[in-house]
Design a protein around this ligand. Structure first.
Ligand code: LLP
Length: 415
């Protein structure tokens, strides 16, 4: 977990028992740093909340192979969304029987790869896709396990870019259409309908929209059952939000949120007599990671005070893309230093390149290091080489030990 320790007149930020200043000095910046303890605790919170459920980690949140191995070893399955993610999940040792493939635009080669790997199910998002899977399964002489991602047309409180459960969104199939497709699949020689799924969006902090959607999906599964089509599971997707305002770790708050979500959203599923599945991403990895950066320059004019960091939107896209607020903390500071209000910006040639606006920080100078908190999900995963900047290193901490789990890119990697 991330917390301050007082060392004489200074307060120093730690990840578990490792001072972040040690990582900055030995690995350099920008660097993503992750806490094994937080990842483990979040995974275990899911497993404890419903021991009969199957949890599939959404790789898109963070796909570092060492992190995937850790999550796999703790007993999770995987939710993949591309051939590349399926490759990574298999490399990490996930049991194909615990892998599901969700995604609105699977290519034929990706479908074939999933069928050959004998994964648990492909989650279908349109009737056109269902026919393609049927044809490809027939060519391979097999029966494809298919789940159906339904669009319950329920609105959720989150940023419009990450809301997915409305008919205006490209995701899933409308309920009535889903019903028709499942009956079609049940009668096909090359399709085997295994379950229904929903995913109404991401970073959703209230449970009511999830519960409403889960009830609609469970009602549909009950109706199918009375029509003679028995499904094995109902998948409530991912989407549980984290408290981005929480700067230092609060493991018990996260545990409570996970437990409440699994119990409340899973309730309609269990009551209807179906096995629960879920696909969490952010709630496993978000609070488990921070982005370490060093201040290259401090710059000010009549209006603004800027800290120009060596990490930018190429490392962490969430602030400009979703107006997301990540707490920014000094890696080391003298207790009692005056506070100042600054914009923490990156080196990229765009005004959208900021890590935080109007941030309160102790007086900070060139060479000082900062930690952008709650950056473990959709941080490195969405990073790029924009402006010829190198992808950051990644470090995994476990107690007093740490190791580099991805080396920083080198200039030659840009070619
Ligand atoms: N299942 C499906 C089908 C998904 O599309 C997603 C996320 C998840 C599960 C995992 O959702 P989570 O538990 O992480 O909310 N880049 C954005 C988030 C995009 C989420 C996309 N889908 C961000 O940084 O906020």
């Amino acid at each position: 977990m991330f917390h301050y320790q007082q060392n004489g007149p200074a307060a120093e930020l730690y990840c578990e028992q490792v001072a972040l200043s040690t990582i900055c000095a030995e690995v350099g910046t920008p660097t993503y740093i992750y806490s094994t303890e937080i990842i483990r605790r979040n995974v275990q919170s899911y497993l404890a909340a419903d021991p009969d459920a199957t949890f599939a980690y959404a790789l898109k949140a963070n796909q570092n192979l060492e992190i995937l191995k850790l999550i796999q070893n703790l007993g999770f399955g995987a939710d993949v969304t591309s051939g590349g993610e399926l490759y990574l999940a298999l490399q990490a040792g996930f049991d194909p029987k615990k892998i599901i493939y969700s995604g609105v635009g699977k290519r034929d080669d990706e479908i074939r790869m999933a069928l050959k790997a004998k994964i648990s199910a492909l989650h279908v998002e349109s009737s056109a896709e269902l026919f393609i899977i049927e044809k490809l399964a027939a060519e391979l002489g097999i029966r494809a396990n298919v789940g159906f991602r339904l669009n319950p047309n329920v609105s959720a409180e989150t940023h419009p870019y990450i809301s997915t459960g409305l008919l205006e969104n490209k995701f899933g199939v409308p309920m009535e259409k889903g019903m028709e497709m499942i009956h079609y699949a049940a009668a096909s020689h090359h399709l085997h309908p295994t379950g229904v799924a929903m995913h109404i969006g991401s970073q959703i902090r209230e449970t009511s929209s999830f519960i409403q959607a889960a009830q609609l999906v469970a009602d549909l599964a009950i109706e199918l059952k009375s029509g003679g089509v028995e499904l094995a599971y109902i998948d409530i997707g991912g989407g549980l939000g984290i408290d981005y305002g929480q700067a230092e770790s609060d493991l018990s708050e996260a545990e409570r949120d996970i437990n409440d979500w699994v119990n409340q959203v899973g309730h309609p599923v269990r009551t209807a007599g179906f096995r629960l599945k879920a696909e969490p991403g952010r709630s496993i990895m978000g609070a488990a990671g921070a982005l370490l950066t060093q201040v290259t320059l401090a710059k000010f004019n009549q209006q603004k005070q800027f800290l120009i960091a060596d990490a930018g939107m190429n490392d962490l896209l969430r602030p400009p893309l979703y107006q997301a607020t990540h707490p920014i903390l000094p890696v080391k500071t003298l207790i009692g230093t005056n506070q100042q209000t600054v914009d923490v910006v990156g080196p990229i040639c765009e005004s959208s390149d900021f890590l935080g606006k109007d941030v309160q920080l102790p007086v900070t100078r060139r060479g000082d290091r900062l930690a952008v908190m709650n950056a473990g999900a959709y941080g490195f995963a969405m990073s790029s080489n924009y402006n010829g900047r190198l992808r950051a290193a990644e470090v995994l901490v476990d107690g007093e030990n740490w190791r580099v789990i991805r080396s920083r890119q080198e200039y030659a990697d840009l070619i």
